[in-house]
Design a protein around this ligand. Structure first.
Ligand SMILES: Cc1ncc(C[n+]2csc(CCOP(=O)(O)OP(=O)(O)O)c2C)c(N)n1
Ligand SMILES: [Mg+2]
Length: 1012
């Protein structure tokens, strides 16, 4: 039987060109194999076969225009998918699975609830001053207790929810609180106990505390300008230690390893531990913050500076939380795509409470909950202080964060009070202790820990007779000993245990601590704690005594480090614990295999002329990606990342071809399901569609770009964005990505101040290349033609993913459609494209006067057009150079100049710019669609008259033609300025320039565009 394959519904397009035939007559094909590629003026997309069989005849050829319903092929021996088959439709399947999940979950849940009920303690009764009828309140509360006892938590929850609903419906519009009382989330009865040796752990912790502080003090004694922090780690030592001793599993040949984002300024604590573990020596500790000579320890976690140690740069507040969320999400992405095993690995992120003020810190928590990232654990160290003072003096940061995270759908575990409080809370029969805890604000909590036990008795417990009575038998010293949850290893252990076992949602552990814990008068819980980096001898003695560090007074005076004997129980314990957990943390390694770059001919079609056919470089890039998806080495490793702009860049064809990653698959039939490029979400989807979220997209790019170290699998992230919303928007992430040694492509699409026409001031990018140039390992290009892009892209694949160079590429692509010439045959062309410039054209007819034109991006085309006019109308010859990267040319120039200056007695080297232009004739005019500073970068490296044109100033919406006229980068200005430059150089008479000014109606009184 013979069947016909027709053009499917391709949306709003008609008469779309066939640009590739992917099959031949007589070929056997399977359902879903692509058969032809069609291309509209915006995007190209493959048409897959809906039939399997042998191709009898092909009815289209390259260049044909097709519309919906046109015949493509005839196929014999077909097996067509039976539309009436009894397959369960996709979405029905999802519904069944969902239902089954609940059916399975419920009975177990019930048993668990019953168990915990039996252990329930006596209920705390919270008294309220505004209670007009305490008797009635009591009746309600008792009823609730009875329900909990008889039918369990779920039932009680249900009733409360119904009551609230009813209240809303009756008009009582009071919001239901997102908060629980100011006590620990985990009741004492449910705390999992650690099996660690608490005494040894405390001793180890004390040594780490001491060495961390000593390291900062010693560095600052030597060089007071170095700085550093003691107070942060002092507050977080227990939070880290419990993780290190019991929870964080290192990467080794059996396990992928947990990933821990350490709070940046707690770095001294990590070095101090590594010292005890024998990974760092005393000399290295003494090189804290002195990194110019090799072996120094970086101020903060910087993988670039300590590539075998630090994994994640975190010190720019707010980046860590977002990067960690997207790391956890990316880990699930790799698992769901079948690229790594699901080993139950976790991502832990340590954050400061002040850091939570950064919009980025909370900006992506919704995604973490929505995508059920139960592999993610945040630990927020709430020492109630940031740099200048209290985080929330008048409120309670822990309660605020609890509300926000609960509202977002996170599992929240508050660790507020240490074990010494347990008996007091158990005896709080009237509820006045909890009431006081609820009422006290953070400013007071901080002040109390800066004073003493007597002060706490008076200010805190003295508030109500009931609480005063509660501590009547305690001494002031006992009261002072009442510890905070984050300093209690038992409470922290229980919280981490629960967090690591949580299923279905991310967890945040919110721990209360004291900033500068143990630093005494020199800096415990005082507003200046953060800045303290020097401790005098008395402070150091206090610190030693506070933590029982076995050092003599003399050793303290010398601020000596303490390293236990390798055979001591402490040294053995610390090693044994890490051995149990698989190795050391942090540690940065990579065992990823390189990806073989695609063969040289993969982009051959990009080296041919497009004839009269016009296309944009964005389209050329999408075509290249489509080609790459046919390369079996590269295809599975591509991670296309787009923040809601796939249609802008003509990438909607990817939806069907490789699917959009969605952890739940697709639970609905998309509105456009009948169309070729319909919106397809899939659990194993490849595209990361981030929504309108550049910071998130960049975080994904960093996660994928560092996959080679964090997951030992080399991946190729390609993040496409509006170029204006790239470095300008997420510059700090880009810097962190560079520090992380991310490998991958950033594509600044719709680039150029005058090339993106109508969008206006906020959209038109005339400086992203300058921003890119500030990042040392970012290689950037501004290509004009498809073959340039192809050469650059393939080289990027090779350098980054085959040769594993720690660089990344920033390439701008444009949305202006124009024909592309064939790649020049000159052997040096490819080399020139990569180095930054090559000669693309020469006008040599008149052999009298010459000018050199250097053009970049679409403005190169204006120069070519201008040069033609100059030759035709003014008998002026020119050489035209396509500059693919002023940034790379400058880098080369800098290096050569430095070499020549440092080697005055040697034969001077020539910069690449000089090699190209040194022997040419005439002055130079350079231009791009970016600020003049872009092309001016190479001015010092060529000893010739050099002029530049560019798009300095604010963009604005208008037509391309008007914009180029406004910014003076159109062919008319190229001609006019060209003539004027030649006149200035006394190569022609000035009247020619004046004539051109008149001819092109150039207003010489118009102010600089920067002033308009
Ligand atoms: C983006 C950014 N802004 C400012 C700083 C400077 N800075 C470093 S630590 C700090 C205070 C941090 O307070 P918190 O998050 O509460 O951490 P803690 O030291 O109290 O644990 C500030 C403002 C920074 N590192 N990053
Ligand atoms: Mg803080």
């Amino acid at each position: 039987m013979s069947e016909k394959l027709l053009v499917p519904d391709i949306g709003d397009f008609e008469n779309v060109e066939v640009i590739e035939l992917l099959v031949k007559q007589g070929q056997e094909i399977k359902e879903n194999d692509p058969v032809v590629t069609i291309e509209s003026d915006k995007s190209s997309v493959e048409i897959p076969s809906i039939l399997s069989g042998k191709i009898e005849s092909i009815s289209v050829k390259v260049g044909d225009k097709v519309s919906k319903g046109d015949l493509l092929l005839s196929i014999s021996n077909t097996e067509k998918k039976d539309e009436n088959s009894s397959d369960v439709p996709k979405n029905t399947e999802n519904i069944i699975q969902e239902a089954e999940k609940y059916l399975k979950k419920n009975p177990e849940q019930k048993i668990l609830e019953q168990k915990t009920n039996m252990q329930k303690q006596e209920m705390i009764q919270v008294v309220s001053e505004g209670d007009v009828d305490p008797l009635e309140t009591n009746e309600w509360l008792e009823s609730l207790s009875a329900v909990i006892e008889k039918d369990g938590n779920q039932r009680a929850h249900y009733l409360i929810k119904e009551l609230i609903n009813k209240a809303y419906m009756e008009g009582a519009n009071i919001p239901y609180t997102q908060n629980t009382p100011y006590i620990n989330t985990i009741p004492v009865s449910e705390e999992k106990k650690s099996n660690g040796d608490q005494n040894i752990e405390r001793r180890i912790r004390s040594l780490i505390r001491w060495n961390a502080a000593a390291m900062v003090v010693r560095a600052n004694k030597k060089f007071p300008e170095l700085g550093g922090h003691i107070g942060t780690f002092a507050s977080a030592a227990t939070l880290y230690d419990v993780g290190m001793n019991h929870f964080w599993r290192a990467k080794n040949n059996k396990f992928g390893g947990d990933l821990v984002y350490f709070q940046g300024h707690s770095a001294p604590g990590m070095y101090a531990r590594a010292f005890l573990e024998g990974r760092l020596n005393e000399k290295q500790l003494d090189s804290f913050r002195q990194e110019v000579n090799p072996g120094g320890l970086s101020s903060y976690p910087h993988p670039w500076l300590m590539p075998n140690f630090w994994q994640f740069p975190t010190v720019s507040m707010g980046l860590g939380p977002m990067l960690a969320i997207y790391q956890a999400r990316y880990m699930k992405y790799l698992i769901n795509r079948g690229l790594i095993k699901d080993e139950g690995r976790k991502v832990w992120a340590f954050l400061g409470d002040g850091e939570m003020d950064e919009p980025e810190s909370l900006g992506a928590i919704g995604l973490a909950a929505r995508e059920n990232l139960d592999n993610l654990i945040f630990v927020v160290n709430c020492n109630l202080q940031r740099l200048d003072g209290p985080v929330r003096g008048n409120g309670k940061i822990i309660q605020e964060l609890e509300g926000i995270f609960r509202g977002a759908g996170w599992n929240v575990i508050k660790v507020i009070w240490g074990s010494y409080w347990d008996p007091l809370l158990a005896n709080d029969k009237t509820g006045h202790l909890v009431k006081t805890m609820n009422e006290t604000v953070d400013g007071e909590y901080q002040a109390m820990k800066a004073r003493d036990g007597a002060y706490v008795r008076e200010k805190f417990f003295g508030k109500y007779p009931e609480t005063k009575e509660l501590v009547s038998s305690l001494s002031d010293k006992d009261i002072w000993r009442l510890n905070r949850g984050g300093h209690d290893p038992h409470k922290v252990f229980a919280a981490y245990d629960k967090a690591s076992k949580n299923i279905g949602s991310p967890t945040v552990v919110i721990a209360k601590t004291i900033k500068g814990y143990g630093m005494g008068k020199s800096g415990e819980s005082v507003n200046t704690t953060h800045q303290t980096k020097k401790l005098d001898i008395d402070d150091l003695m206090y610190y030693r005594d506070r933590f029982d560090v076995p050092l003599t007074d003399k050793q303290v005076k010398n601020i000596e480090y303490y390293k236990p004997d390798p055979n001591s129980p402490e040294a053995k314990y610390i090693k044994e614990r890490r051995l149990q957990l698989g190795g050391f943390i942090p540690e940065r390694t990579t065992y990823a295999k390189p990806i073989k770059a695609p063969p040289k001919d993969i982009f051959d079609n990009m080296k041919e002329s497009t004839g009269t056919k016009e296309m944009s470089t964005t389209m050329a890039l999408v075509r290249m990606l489509t080609n790459l998806l046919r390369d079996k080495n590269v295809a599975p490793r591509l991670v296309p990342i787009i923040p809601d702009e796939a249609r802008t860049f003509g990438m909607e064809g990817f939806f069907q071809k490789i699917g959009i990653y969605a952890h739940e698959g697709q639970k609905y039939e998309p509105e456009d399901s009948a169309q070729l490029s319909s919106y397809r979400e899939e659990k194993s989807g490849q595209v990361l569609e981030e929504g309108i979220n550049e910071a998130g997209a960049m975080s994904s790019w960093i996660a994928a770009g560092t996959s080679y170290t964090n997951h030992d699998i080399e991946m190729i992230p390609i993040y496409l964005f509006y170029s204006m919303f790239g470095f300008q928007r997420i510059g700090d992430f880009a810097w962190a990505g560079a520090d992380s040694q991310s490998r991958g492509f950033l594509i600044g699409a719709t680039a150029g101040r005058t090339t993106l026409a109508g969008e206006g001031l906020q959209h038109q990018d005339g400086h992203s290349h300058l921003l890119a140039s500030t990042i040392p390992n970012c290689i950037s290009y501004d290509p004009t033609f498809h073959y340039e892009l192809a050469v650059i892209f393939r080289e990027g694949l090779k350098r980054m993913h085959e040769k594993k160079e720690n660089i990344f590429y920033y390439i701008t692509t444009m949305n202006e459609n124009y024909p592309h010439p064939a790649m020049p045959k000159d052997k040096l062309c490819e080399d020139g494209i990569l180095k930054g410039m090559y000669k693309i054209k020469e006008f040599n007819k008149h052999k009298k006067t010459k000018i050199q034109f250097l053009g970049s991006g679409t403005i190169l085309r204006e120069m070519i057009a201008g040069a033609e006019i100059l030759q035709k109308e003014y008998q002026i010859d020119s050489e035209i150079w396509s500059v693919t990267s002023f940034n790379e040319l400058r880098r080369d120039g800098l290096e050569v100049e430095r070499y020549n200056l440092l080697n005055p007695d040697k034969e001077p080297r020539k910069s690449y710019v000089e090699k190209c232009l040194g022997k040419t004739e005439g002055p130079i005019l350079a231009a791009s669609d970016y600020m003049r500073m872009n092309s001016d970068q190479i001015r010092p490296y060529i000893n010739k008259s050099f002029y530049s044109l560019g798009t300095d100033g604010f963009g604005r919406s208008d037509t391309r033609k008007n914009l180029r006229n406004f910014f003076e980068v159109d062919k008319e200005h190229v001609v006019t300025y060209g003539l004027s430059i030649l006149a200035k150089e006394q190569l022609i008479a000035s009247k020619y320039a004046k004539d051109a000014i008149k001819k092109y109606k150039i207003d010489t009184d118009k102010p600089m565009p920067t002033k308009l």
